[in-house]
Structure formats: structure tokens, C-alpha cells
Design a protein around this ligand. Structure first.
Ligand SMILES: NC(=O)C1=CN([C@@H]2O[C@H](COP(=O)(O)OP(=O)(O)OC[C@H]3O[C@@H](n4cnc5c(N)ncnc54)[C@H](OP(=O)(O)O)[C@@H]3O)[C@@H](O)[C@H]2O)C=CC1
Ligand SMILES: CC(C)CCC[C@@H](C)[C@H]1CC[C@H]2C3=C(CC[C@]12C)[C@@]1(C)CCC(=O)C[C@@H]1CC3
Length: 345
């Protein structure tokens, strides 16, 4: 009879390891002596110590070779929120996550760490110091968030101490840092088109922006604390910088750091939200004829004009989490990492 090699606790797989967060996670795991298998729909880099498996996570047979002899899996793949493609989100985030769970169980993976999102409780209205016991959003702000809710429930419900399959969900918020494909590039593109002159609302709304290395730190702590006797099994955890900042101060610091003017003129929130909703509806109606993607979507306006910051006390208590990079240093390092996006470059 063939003997099964016991998976090493230092051998892990990162689903979505070619993406922004995934790649930072892979780099830190390598630093910490893990060997890593990356599973992603695309391969974006090559590094020693990493084996790449290219495929769609909805395909269980494609996933299995990446999970062979692996005891720990990080699932941080998702279609980009900006794609606004309901069918794609449902296929990848819901059916695909069910497939990931089945594949983990078949491959006898012991731990699954999901990258969820703090937005699973956000309905477009203020959240101040929100804790993990807030109910899931009944009216999520978009299809992305709707499917992240189902995804998180699936992963947490799959936690089974008897069967030795342990799960946990990390809920980051507003991840930023070097190589981020959305926050800074979208911001700079909007500024270059002369559309970053306005502050939506009075500009006092506080928001969490989380440096990517802190998010990585939270994931690794969760993985290393995930044991049968641990309180973290089957639970979600907010991971933030623990330094809420005014949304428009954060945008201004990044813009000014890159040589662009900070937004100055105020516009009423309700007016901008109404216009964004109208444009979004128009883009849906006209989709068969012309395709246009408004910059100020209702989701972005809601994120830009409300308070949404979260408590990470539970992560501090249960896994000793503490941010490793301050917001100030995170912004400086991020700004430096985008020389090609500087004004005039
Ligand atoms: N960025 C943020 O501010 C936040 C992100 N999150 C969550 O963090 C996770 C990582 O996000 P981020 O790094 O920003 O996203 P990225 O888009 O940079 O990374 C996601 C990766 O998953 C890949 N992927 C998409 N679909 C599939 C599929 N069907 N099979 C295999 N791989 C696939 C993507 O490929 P491709 O690029 O080709 O689609 C990409 O390489 C996501 O789960 C996201 O929901 C949560 C809170 C905030
Ligand atoms: C045009 C400007 C008003 C805004 C430019 C910046 C935005 C692109 C970003 C500000 C907050 C960000 C954010 C996300 C994506 C990028 C922003 C909208 C997420 C939706 C990414 C995925 C999540 O799970 C939640 C994030 C909340 C914050």
C-alpha cells in the first residue's frame, strides 16, 4: 500500500498568489521559511521556492496538484471589484470557494485562511469602530460584496474540529501598498483627468486604509494560531492599521506625495451619490449599445463620503495582532514605489 506523506506545516498554498495581496503574502511566507505553491489564473512573476500552478479555482481537478502535501491554504483570489460582473463574482467567489473547500478536504488540508473583506457588513451608511459581531449587510453595496458575504459564510461554516479541518476569515479594509493595481492607479488616473478637485461631503469621514504588510501579518498570525483549541476557529477577524484617517486626508497625502494637487472644493454627498446612481443606471441601460464605466460609481461615492472604520481588538486579543507598519510609513513607502505615476512622469 502506498504511504501518504504527512503534509509539512511549513508547506502551504496561496490561491490568488499572483495578485497584489497574494504576492506580498508569498514573499513574507518565503522569508519565514515556508515553501509555497501558488495557484492563480495567471502567473505574474517567478521566484525560487515557489511552484506555480496556473488554472481556474472553479476547477477542482486543476486545484488538486497545488494542494498536494500541503497542510495550510490561503485563499485570496477574487475578480476585481471594479469588474462589476455579477455572473463572474458568483462563479468565482461562491461556486469557486465551494470548490476550494471540497479540494482542501479531498487533499486533507488542515487549515484554510480566507481573505474576506470588512465590507461584508457595510451598507453604504456610517460604521464607526465596527466589531465583528455586526450583522452581515442585508443590502450590500454591490455584487462583489454580496458574493464576499456568501463566501465568508461558506468558509466559516466549513470549520470542523472533529474532521481536523480548521478555517478562519481575515477581513481587511482598503488595502494599499506597492504594486496595488487599484487604489493608487485609479486615484492618479482620476487626478490626471482633472476629476480630483472635489471633496464629497464635508471631508470629516474616517476610514481604514491598511498597509499591505499589516494585512499579510494578520493572515500569517491567523494561520499560526489556527489549532483545535484556539478561539479563532470558524471566526472572522478585522485586520486594519488601527489608525482611522479622514478619507480625503489619505487621498490628499497620496496625491500630494505624487506631485498632484489635493482636492479642495466641497460637493454635497447626496447630490454626488444621486448623480453616480443615475450614471450607473444609464451605463446599464446603454450597455448593449455603448460601453462606458463611470469613475464615480455609487459604491465609490459611498466609500468616499461615509465613516467606515473597524475595531481590530478581537485580533489583538485572540492572536496578538498589532500593525507592523504605521500609516505614515506605509504612505511614504507606497508613494515612493510609484515613480511612473508621479505628476509629469
Ligand atoms: N484590495 C483591497 O482593498 C481589498 C481586498 N480584499 C480581498 O483581498 C483578496 C486579494 O485582493 P487583491 O490582492 O487586491 O486582488 P488582486 O486582483 O490583485 O488578486 C486576486 C488574484 O486572484 C486571481 N483570480 C481571479 N479569479 C481567479 C480564478 N477564477 N482562479 C484563480 N485565480 C483567480 C486574479 O487574477 P486576475 O487579476 O487575472 O483576475 C489575481 O491574480 C481578494 O479576496 C479581495 O476580495 C479585501 C478587502 C480589501
Ligand atoms: C475616484 C475617487 C473618489 C476614489 C479613488 C479611490 C478608490 C479607487 C478606492 C478608495 C477606497 C477603496 C476601497 C476598495 C477599492 C478601491 C477604493 C474604492 C475596496 C472596494 C476593495 C475591495 C474591498 O473588499 C473593499 C475596499 C474598500 C475600499
Amino acid at each position: 500500500m502506498a504511504t501518504r506523506i504527512r503534509p509539512s506545516s511549513k508547506r502551504c498554498a496561496v490561491i490568488g498568489g499572483s495578485g497584489f495581496l497574494g504576492r506580498h503574502l508569498v514573499e513574507k511566507l518565503l522569508d519565514r521559511g515556508y515553501s509555497v505553491a501558488v495557484f492563480d489564473i495567471r502567473q505574474s512573476y517567478e521566484v525560487p521556492g515557489v511552484t506555480f500552478h496556473q488554472g481556474d479555482l472553479c476547477d477542482q481537478q486543476a486545484l488538486l496538484p497545488a494542494l498536494k502535501d500541503v497542510s495550510l491554504v490561503f485563499h485570496c483570489a477574487s475578480p476585481a471589484p471594479a469588474s462589476d460582473d455579477r455572473a463572474l463574482f458568483e462563479r468565482v467567489n461562491i461556486q469557486g470557494t465551494q470548490t476550494v473547500i471540497k479540494a482542501c478536504i479531498e487533499a486533507r488540508v488542515q487549515k484554510l485562511v480566507l481573505t474576506s473583506s470588512a465590507s461584508v457588513v457595510f451598507e453604504g451608511t456610517d460604521i464607526k469602530n465596527g466589531r465583528e459581531d455586526l450583522p452581515y449587510a442585508k443590502k450590500p453595496i454591490d455584487y462583489y460584496t454580496q458574493t464576499k458575504i456568501v463566501q465568508e459564510k461558506l468558509v466559516l461554516e466549513a470549520c470542523d474540529k472533529q474532521k481536523g479541518f480548521l478555517t478562519v476569515a481575515i477581513r481587511p479594509h482598503g488595502i494599499f501598498g506597492p504594486r496595488d493595481p487599484q487604489l493608487v492607479p485609479i486615484l492618479v488616473d482620476t487626478a490626471r483627468r482633472g476629476k480630483m478637485k472635489f471633496i464629497i461631503g464635508d471631508g470629516s469621514n474616517l476610514v481604514d486604509f491598511t498597509f499591505v504588510e499589516n494585512v499579510v501579518h494578520g493572515h500569517i498570525l491567523a494561520a499560526e494560531h489556527l489549532r483545535t483549541d484556539s478561539p479563532i476557529c470558524g471566526k472572522p477577524y478585522h485586520i486594519t492599521n488601527d489608525e482611522p484617517i479622514r478619507f480625503w486626508d489619505f487621498m490628499s497625502e497620496v496625491l500630494v506625495g505624487l506631485g498632484y494637487a489635493a482636492p479642495r472644493y466641497h460637493l454635497p454627498y447626496a447630490l454626488v451619490y444621486g448623480l453616480a446612481l443615475l450614471l450607473w443606471l444609464l451605463s446599464l441601460i446603454l450597455r448593449p449599445l455603448v460601453s462606458f464605466k463611470p469613475t464615480f460609481t455609487p459604491m465609490r461615492v459611498a466609500l468616499a463620503g461615509t465613516h467606515h472604520y473597524y475595531s481590530c481588538e478581537r485580533a489583538k486579543e485572540d492572536m496578538g495582532y498589532k500593525p507592523v507598519v504605521s500609516l505614515k510609513e506605509g504612505i511614504e513607502r507606497t508613494v515612493k514605489s510609484y515613480p511612473h505615476l508621479r505628476h509629469g512622469a
